[in-house]
Design a protein around this ligand. Structure first.
Ligand SMILES: *[C@@H]1O[C@H](CO)[C@@H](O)[C@H](O)[C@H]1NC(C)=O
Ligand SMILES: [Ca+2]
Length: 326
C-alpha cells in the first residue's frame, strides 16, 4: 500500500518537474482549427471548425451552452479530429445565475470519440469513449463523499463505464478538486494538459493570471483522432454556462521518441483510480440472498405441511374420541 502511494507521489513529482520545464518550451503553439476566439463568426451564423447542438446560442461576447432556465441542454463540438499526441486545452468560461444557493448542474469538457450526441451526462452521451473533465456545480445530497461543490473531476471511459449522477461520479473519477468558480466578477479559466500519458488540470479562478494545481493523474492512455467538445445541462436547477474562448496548444516535440508511435488505435484507459475512494460503497445484492429466500420458503412449506398433517391426525383422533363418546 505504502509503496503504491510512493510510486504515485514520485510520478506526480516527476510530472510537476516536467511541467515546470515544459513552461520554458517556446515551440508550443496555438492550433487555429481546434481553438475558438473572438470574433467567433466569419460569415453568416457559422463558426469555422465548430458545431452546436441543443440550446446553445452564440453572441458576440460568449457562447451560451445553456441559459439560466430549467431543462436546457447544449453542446459545442470541434469538427476537426486531433492529430497531436500531447496538448494543452485552455478554456475561459463563466458559470453564473440568479440563484445564490440553488443552481446546476454544471458542464463537461470532452476529448471524445463521438460528438454531437445529446445525453444525460452534462448534455452529452453516457458510455462515452475518451476523457471528460467535469465541472460539477450541483452536489447530490445522497452521494456519500467528503468534498464540497463546485467540484472538478476527471473520468476516462472506454465505452463501458456508467457515470452515476446520484454519486456525483465519485465511483468513476480518477481525481478531483474543489473549486469555487461560480458567480465570480472576474474571468475564470481552466487548463487541461495531456502530456506523456498524464492529465494535469489547473485553474485560474483567483484573478491572479496564474495557474493553480487542481490535480494531476499519470497513466492515462488516450488515442489521437478524437474531438474536443463542451456540453452542459440544467434540470430543476439552472445556471448560465458560457464559454468565452477555447485555446488548444500542441505540445508535440519533433525530437520526442513518443512521436514515432501510432496512437490512433489506443483504447482509452487509466492506471490509477482515486485511492482511497472518499465514498461508501453501496451494499451489493449477494447471490446468497436468493438461496436464503429459497431455504426460508422451503422451511415455510414444510411447516405448513407439518401443520396440515398434525391437524389431520388431531382431527382423526378427535373423531375417534367422539366416536368413543357415543
Ligand atoms: C474497459 O474498462 C473496464 C473498466 O475499467 C475494464 O474492466 C475493461 O476491461 C475495459 N475494456 C477494454 C476493451 O479495454
Ligand atoms: Ca452533480
Amino acid at each position: 500500500m505504502y509503496s503504491r502511494h510512493f510510486v504515485i507521489v514520485a510520478l506526480v513529482f516527476l510530472q510537476i518537474v516536467d511541467f515546470i520545464q515544459g513552461e520554458w518550451n517556446t515551440k508550443d503553439f496555438m492550433k487555429r482549427e481546434h481553438s475558438l476566439v473572438r470574433p467567433y463568426q466569419t460569415a453568416g451564423l457559422q463558426i469555422p471548425y465548430w458545431d452546436f447542438g441543443g440550446n446553445t446560442m452564440v453572441t458576440n461576447e460568449y457562447i451560451r451552452i445553456t441559459p439560466d432556465k430549467q431543462s436546457m441542454s447544449g453542446s459545442l463540438w470541434n469538427s476537426v479530429p486531433v492529430k497531436a499526441k500531447n496538448w494543452e486545452l485552455q478554456v475561459q468560461f463563466k458559470v453564473h445565475g440568479k440563484s445564490g444557493n440553488l443552481f446546476g448542474d454544471g458542464f463537461a469538457i470532452w476529448y471524445a470519440k463521438d460528438r454531437m450526441e445529446d445525453g444525460p451526462i452534462f448534455g452529452s452521451k453516457n458510455l462515452f469513449h475518451g476523457l471528460a473533465i467535469i465541472l460539477d456545480t450541483y452536489s447530490n445530497h445522497n452521494a456519500a463523499h467528503n468534498h464540497q461543490h463546485p467540484y472538478i473531476s476527471a473520468m476516462v471511459n472506454n465505452g463501458t463505464l456508467n457515470y452515476d449522477h446520484d454519486m456525483d461520479g465519485t465511483h468513476t473519477q480518477l481525481a478531483g478538486c474543489e473549486a469555487k468558480f461560480r458567480n465570480l466578477d472576474h474571468d475564470t479559466h481552466v487548463s487541461i494538459r495531456y502530456e506523456k500519458d498524464t492529465i494535469t488540470v489547473m485553474t485560474d479562478f483567483d484573478n491572479k493570471a496564474a495557474w493553480k494545481m487542481c490535480f494531476t493523474v499519470p497513466g492515462v492512455k488516450l488515442p489521437t483522432g478524437y474531438h474536443f467538445g463542451i456540453s452542459a445541462k440544467t434540470g430543476q436547477l439552472s445556471d448560465n454556462h458560457d464559454i468565452h474562448s477555447i485555446r488548444l496548444f500542441e505540445l508535440d516535440l519533433p525530437d520526442d521518441v513518443q512521436n514515432q508511435e501510432d496512437r490512433s488505435q489506443i483504447v482509452p484507459s487509466a492506471t490509477f483510480f482515486e485511492s482511497p475512494r472518499d465514498h461508501v460503497d453501496d451494499p451489493k445484492p449477494s447471490s446468497l440472498g436468493g438461496f436464503k429466500l429459497f431455504l426460508l420458503m422451503l422451511i415455510g412449506a414444510l411447516a405448513i405441511l407439518a401443520c396440515v398433517v398434525i391437524g389431520i391426525m388431531f382431527y382423526q383422533q378427535q373423531q375417534q374420541t367422539r366416536k368413543r363418546l357415543y
